[in-house]
Design a protein around this ligand. Structure first.
Ligand SMILES: [Zn+2]
Length: 223
């Protein structure tokens, strides 16, 4: 458990009441960052409660991921953290995707980038072909006419690992790779935007694939 103690401070100016966490003795925390008035401690020091490694094990299929030409270190760090939390077997990094050797990955990976085995490949298409020959089921996270909703897809749980392919933030999954994929999954978008941030989409997809019991069901339900 993280033993850091935080307290909650609140601005004493009745028109402001800005409320924020601080550690005891934090320089400057006695002054409101919004209006400059004095702040007071309103919740005493409390531990940052994090669940211990618990026994809620994933029930979904084994998943490896292939991050092809992801530009942002922020996104890659975030995806390593998600991969760590959802017990992804392996992360394949291709093309321009930065590896954990890049110092900026640590900002969002927070150490998770060291817990997951990873491999770097110069050419994502070649890597996908090799992994397909090894028996991986290739699933792409992408929109398009052939795509089906992530939430209505099913998988044989006893089958070989799924290789989830995620492509560039702007151009998406490489068409050469998409052609080799047996499934293309998209996440429903009901607002004005056509896609989610890539790391957010990846988080939803990996947790869904790993943890939901629906994925192994044979009944296809649309939602
Ligand atoms: Zn204030």
């Amino acid at each position: 458990m993280d033993k850091t103690l935080h307290q909650i401070r609140q601005c004493t100016n009745p028109n402001c009441q800005f409320r924020f966490p601080a550690i005891p003795g934090q320089p400057g925390a006695g002054c409101c960052p919004k209006c400059g008035a004095a702040t007071a401690v309103v919740e005493e020091a409390f531990p940052n409660l994090k669940p211990e490694a618990h026994n809620l094990k994933p029930t979904g299929p084994e998943v490896e991921v292939l991050l092809d030409n992801i530009r942002s270190t922020f996104n890659v760090g975030s995806m390593f953290r998600t991969a760590d939390g959802s017990q992804i077997r392996h992360v394949h990094l291709c093309g321009i995707t930065p590896t954990p050797q890049h110092p900026k990955i640590a900002k969002t990976g927070l150490g998770a980038e060291f817990s997951i085995p990873w491999t770097y490949h110069l050419n994502g298409l070649t890597a996908v072909k090799t992994l397909k020959e090894r028996g991986c089921r290739l699933w792409a996270l992408e929109g398009g006419d052939q795509a089906e909703s992530l939430f209505s897809t099913t998988a044989d749980l006893s089958g070989p690992p799924i290789l989830l392919v995620v492509g560039n933030e702007v151009s998406g999954v490489d068409p050469g790779i998409l052609n080799l994929c047996e499934k293309t999954l998209w996440i429903p978008m009901r607002g004005i935007k056509r896609s989610l941030n890539v790391a957010v989409a990846f988080g939803i997809a990996t947790y869904y694939l790993r943890y939901t019991s629906r994925i192994g069901s044979t009944a296809k339900e649309q939602f």
